[in-house]
Design a protein around this ligand. Structure first.
Ligand code: GLU
Length: 388
């Protein structure tokens, strides 16, 4: 059968492909150090699992509303009001099959053929592909390590045309770990209001911050920018719930209502009892989130210092998320060749920078234990020094 044009122009997700390859090698008995997926190595906290088990026992096994369980939508709206100072009600929120699906739903609901969506590079793998699936046009703004991989208000303004619909902001960032300061967020918000475009703020890593880094949700800057803001978030990273597939989108009511129509005709509701785990995540103590953050902080210091002692490699200290974004420029190898050979020869899995739109770099996820980080970096050093 001839495939639709729509799918033929989309690249497969390299983060998922390399993670799957590393897992398959492990199941064959190969000792792989995997730094591929952005997936916390912690188990989902017990009280969240218990809540989902209880929901199963109570018969929460049936279809629910396509936009999510009312109690979860309410808990998310409450979290957005109290944590992020965003004045949302339950009907400003839709529950989705993970953060990724919330962004896909947004693109399908808001983007018309030819609409432009501004995406800073390095970007998370799926942003441009989702825009293409919606027949929109990804417009890339290049950022550099010298400016901390941050888009300036001038760069944003210069990229906006008559066709611009949306700007994708991701802070803390996957893959660079960059966190915009509140002042920088305010400056971007001013451009959004002045030009009348919309911004989607992917805040999935908001809880994973280090040092003095602060998270300011762009929608909290002013009522004017709030009206032009859409928030994407989920439970995967902060609560170690990657496989549960519970995320959400919050924004203007007509948009959320339209996305409900899309979900009603495509996926229906997110797994009902998983949603009860998510309610427990939001309404119980947040100590588990802090405990995991502290573990990530320790790993961040270790991996960053260790990597910068490897001749030929360098990375700046990330302010958030759990990725180290390293330069491999001195080796002069395409990032895919680097990663393929590293996996084959040393059984170390990292993601090539080209997956994020930037050659000469790799992404190393340190959401894994210290012993693996130590062993993996020893192997990486041996691999790199043999090629210098
Ligand atoms: N967001 C994670 C990552 O970047 C999970 C994989 C994916 O969905 O792409 O590794």
């Amino acid at each position: 059968m001839e495939l639709a044009n729509r799918i033929q122009q989309v690249s497969p997700s390299m983060t998922l492909a390399i993670s799957a390859k590393a897992k398959a090698m492990k199941s064959e008995g190969i000792d792989v150090c995997s730094f591929s997926a952005g997936e916390p190595d912690f188990d989902t906290p017990t009280h969240i699992k218990e809540a989902a088990k209880r929901a199963l026992d109570e018969g929460k096994t049936r279809y629910g509303p396509a936009a999510g369980e009312p109690a979860l939508r309410e808990a998310i709206a409450h979290k957005l009001r109290t944590d992020n100072h965003l004045n949302y009600q339950a009907d400003n929120v839709i529950v989705t099959n993970g953060g990724k699906h919330s962004l896909y739903g947004l693109m399908m609901t808001a983007i018309n053929p030819g609409d432009e969506v501004i995406i800073p590079t390095p970007y998370w793998v799926s942003y441009p592909e989702m825009v293409k699936l919606a027949e929109g046009k990804p417009i890339l703004i290049h950022t550099t390590p010298e400016n901390g991989y941050k888009v300036t208000p001038e760069q944003l303004r210069a990229a906006i045309t008559q066709k611009t619909k949306l700007f994708v902001l991701n802070s803390p960032s996957n893959p660079t770990g960059t966190v915009y300061t509140p002042q920088e967020i305010r400056a971007l918000a001013a451009v959004i209001v002045e030009t009348g475009i919309y911004v989607v703020s992917d805040e999935i890593y908001e809880k994973i911050l280090y040092g003095d880094a602060q998270h300011l949700s762009i929608g909290a800057v002013s009522p004017e920018v709030f009206d032009r803001t859409i928030i994407s978030n989920g439970f995967a990273k902060a609560y170690a719930m990657t496989g549960w597939r519970v995320g959400y989108l919050a924004g203007p009511k007509p948009l959320i209502k339209a996305m409900g129509v899309l979900q009603g005709q495509s996926t229906s509701n997110v797994c009902t009892f998983a949603q009860y785990g998510a309610i427990a995540a939001l309404t119980s103590s947040q100590d588990c989130v802090e405990k995991m953050r502290l573990a990530f902080a320790e790993r961040r210091t270790f991996i960053c210092d260790r990597l910068n002692r490897i001749p030929g490699l360098s990375a700046s200290r990330p302010d958030g998320a759990f990725y180290l974004y390293a330069s491999i420029e001195s080796l002069g190898l395409p990032s895919t060749d680097f990663c393929k050979t590293l996996l084959e020869e040393k059984h170390v899995a990292v993601i090539p920078g080209i997956a994020f739109g930037k050659e000469g770099t790799i992404r190393i996820s340190y959401a894994t234990d210290l012993a693996t980080i130590e062993e993996g970096l020893n192997r990486l050093e041996a691999f790199v020094t043999a090629r210098l």
